[in-house]
Design a protein around this ligand. Structure first.
Ligand code: FAQ
Length: 322
């Protein structure tokens, strides 16, 4: 490049690296932690994976409140295992984000200060035992569709974490469906409990997929670099198509007066989501945002002595002669 400036040489080198990076993704290769990647790819992944981790950990809270009032010992054991799994998912995901250079302290600080987002759905209250069924069936059901896509993501550590998480989420969804099936086949009162829970969790679950594609600012780059392989609206449509027949089969209805079946496309067409509510919850004004954040802050403060003990232990190990 005779006569080229340093900037031009650097730009050309960047273009070559970017072309090779994109070619690797097109060949279906995974990008691994030490590999070259554009800064924006790293930034997007840290944003998404850390927010996903926060969602798993905050997601323990709505169901956590029902562990002490599960109707039978068997139900209690299952719910306890499920909630514990969500904490484990948070761990895998924080580790995956750490492979990109984010520290645990930075990520937790972003959550606790309100800078980082987490799934809006967990800012709604769980009011009855039937909500354990609705969360498993709808919330885990929505999460699985999204995460099955992410198991094919171009970033190796994220995609591998997703494979394990999806296996566990399948069990979570089954336990939720089992609760809803049991209630739907029970007394009139139990059936009404199931319907009430579905009514309250339907729209928050629909919102889990994010804004419409036309309003999704991150989708374009995530699709280009193989992090997402399907759009927010495509996954949401898949969710509606899957859930509506299941609920109807149980004699339960979907709280959407505009819902109808379109013969031509084979899709269940849903009514419009209340996007004002969605953005309002994300901004921190949902029914339980303050309560969820207070619970996380308390858990963090309560765990301070553990972090201090670990640091002291590590320092002592280092100080000891080999
Ligand atoms: N809640 O440009 P897009 C679970 C934000 S795990 C809050 O479309 P993107 C397991 C978005 O961050 C559930 N914020 O964004 C479980 C962005 O803001 P930012 C969590 C939302 O990334 C079950 C802005 O809006 N799953 O449930 C939401 O392309 C039961 C514009 O949006 C994941 O995190 C929302 N619903 O698409 C646990 C999966 N939607 O960050 C316990 C990984 C959008 O630029 C019990 N994440 N926003 O400031 C993803 O797949 C994507 O990030 C989406 C959003 C699809 C969530």
């Amino acid at each position: 490049m005779y006569g080229a400036t340093v900037d031009e040489i650097e730009d050309a080198a960047y273009d070559d690296k970017l072309a090779e990076f994109e070619a690797r993704i097109a060949r279906g290769e995974k990008i691994e932690p030490g590999d070259w990647m554009p800064d924006e790819y790293r930034r997007q992944l840290i944003r998404m994976i850390s927010q996903h981790a926060h969602s798993e950990v905050v997601g323990m809270l709505p169901e956590g409140t029902f562990i002490t009032s599960a109707p039978t010992l068997r139900r209690k054991l299952i719910l306890l295992a499920k909630v514990q799994d969500e904490g484990g998912h948070g761990q895998y995901l924080y580790h995956a984000a750490e492979t990109l250079g984010a520290t645990r302290e930075e990520m937790l600080e972003a959550l606790l200060s309100g800078k980082a987002k987490y799934a809006s759905v967990f800012n709604y209250p769980a009011l009855s035992w039937a909500d354990m069924g609705a969360i498993g069936m709808l919330v885990d059901g929505a999460a699985i569709l999204n995460q099955t896509m992410l198991a094919r993501a171009s970033y190796g550590p994220y995609s591998r974490a997703m494979i394990r998480i999806c296996t566990e989420e399948n069990f979570h969804q089954r336990q939720g469906e089992d609760i809803i099936i049991t209630l739907a086949q029970g007394t009139e009162e139990q059936k009404a409990m199931a319907q009430d829970a579905i009514n309250r969790w339907w729209w928050p679950s629909m919102m889990m997929f994010g804004p419409h594609d036309s309003d999704s600012k991150n989708s374009e780059i995530l699709l280009r670099w193989g992090v997402k392989t399907r759009t927010n609206d495509q996954l949401r449509q898949q969710f509606v198509n899957q859930m509506v027949p299941k609920l109807h089969k149980l004699g339960l209805s979907v709280p959407d007066p505009d819902l109808h079946y379109d013969e031509e496309s084979g899709n269940w067409i849903h009514g419009e989501i209340d996007w004002d509510e969605f953005w309002n919850v994300i901004k921190g004004n949902g029914p339980c945002n303050a309560e969820r954040m207070a619970a996380r802050r308390k858990a963090h403060e309560d765990g301070q002595w553990v972090r201090e003990a670990l640091e002291a232990y590590a320092a002592r190990q280092e100080a000891q002669p080999a």
